[in-house]
Design a protein around this ligand. Structure first.
Ligand code: SF4
Ligand code: SF4
Length: 323
């Protein structure tokens, strides 16, 4: 698909004094391995609660959201009261963490997730100065979005579907966490708005790979999905990162770079906090993202997001390597 007449990058919101570059805060060109610093969205529950550098733009983003979007957001906020809860007194013994992992992932799919995988929580998932979740494992969940609705990016209809998916993701995480607690093990939902980095956990849990557009790409849904997680101490076997051939295609494809209205997508990998990876220019993307209720053009034009195409694409790309 091609986006349907996306608005030009001409902004109703302008900073009188430009804040510190989000790229600098994100650690672009910084060779040191370190935790990320929040720039834009955050609950502010981290130590010290300083205003975020780009908080005014985040406020603008919320202010211009349509009532249909806000209705989804309000419902998501309301359901957050169910993220944690009491643990059953009797604890189920886990003899084989691998078997338990399979059961947990099957339960996640039964509850409506499209993807599920397990990793340990480490520094890559945590913001600098923010408390670490008091759990050992993260169960990452990928929740597919309705592709028909998402083809309307960057219009309101797609934005509503994004918010609806976050609400669904929260509901699934809540139900999975409650199920684990019913086995006598602590568990908590970490869905929309919680202060953890979902993408690094999902990459380690094997849900997909990072694409040039800075979002995850999975074999099954391309980038047409959103993330949530459940943190727990239930003994689980870990999944491993996957290689489905994302880099092979991104190195030769420029679809998202060409279709991004503010030219935010960099064509080569960058050094970000000590790691070479695909990176999106924050200072260019976020003003457009905020003006368009979350944009999303890059994830929908990506060939991987075309329904049913991922498995064949992956097979072809991996076969090409060995030929
Ligand atoms: S549109 Fe092309 S370059 Fe961009 S993330 Fe998808 S495959 Fe990679
Ligand atoms: S979400 Fe950001 S990077 Fe993606 S197309 Fe929109 S402005 Fe560009």
């Amino acid at each position: 698909m091609r986006p349907d007449n996306p608005p030009p990058p001409v902004y109703p919101f302008q900073y009188r004094e430009q804040p510190r570059s989000g790229n600098e805060i994100n650690g672009l060109n910084d060779p040191a391995r370190k935790r990320a610093t929040p720039v834009f969205h955050s609950t502010g529950r981290g130590g010290g609660r300083q205003p975020l550098a780009w908080e005014a733009l985040d406020n603008f983003f919320n202010l211009v959201a349509s009532p249909a979007c806000m209705w989804q957001v309000v419902r998501t906020l309301w359901q957050r009261r169910g993220y944690a809860g009491p643990v059953a007194d009797t604890q189920v013994t886990v003899d084989d963490p691998a078997v338990m992992s399979e059961q947990v992932k099957a339960k996640a799919l039964e509850l409506g997730a499209g993807l599920a995988g397990v990793s340990v929580i480490d520094d890559d998932a945590l913001y600098d100065g923010y408390p670490a979740p008091p759990y050992r494992y993260a169960i990452s969940l990928g929740i597919p979005m309705d592709r028909e609705e998402m083809l309307h990016v960057p219009q309101q209809r797609a934005a509503v579907e994004v918010m609806r998916t976050y609400r669904r993701a929260g509901r699934i995480a809540i139900e999975l966490a409650a199920w684990i607690r019913s086995l006598g093990w602590p568990a908590q939902a970490y869905a929309d708005g919680e202060d953890v980095l979902q993408i690094p956990m999902a990459l380690k849990a094997g849900l997909g790979q990072l694409g040039k557009h800075g979002s995850m790409i999975s074999k099954k849904f391309g980038s047409n999905f959103r993330l949530a997680a459940v943190m727990t101490d239930l003994p689980l076997a870990l999944d491993a990162p996957v290689d489905i051939g994302v880099d092979d295609l991104c190195l030769n494809c420029q679809r998202c770079t060409k279709d991004c209205p503010p030219d935010a997508i960099l064509d080569t990998k960058q050094l970000v906090r000590g790691v070479e990876k695909w990176y999106v220019d924050f200072d260019r993307c976020i003003p457009y993202f905020s003006m368009t209720e979350g944009c999303g053009i890059c994830i929908e034009v990506c060939p991987w997001s075309e329904p049913g195409r991922g498995p064949r694409l992956s097979e072809k790309l991996l076969a090409k390597r060995s030929s």
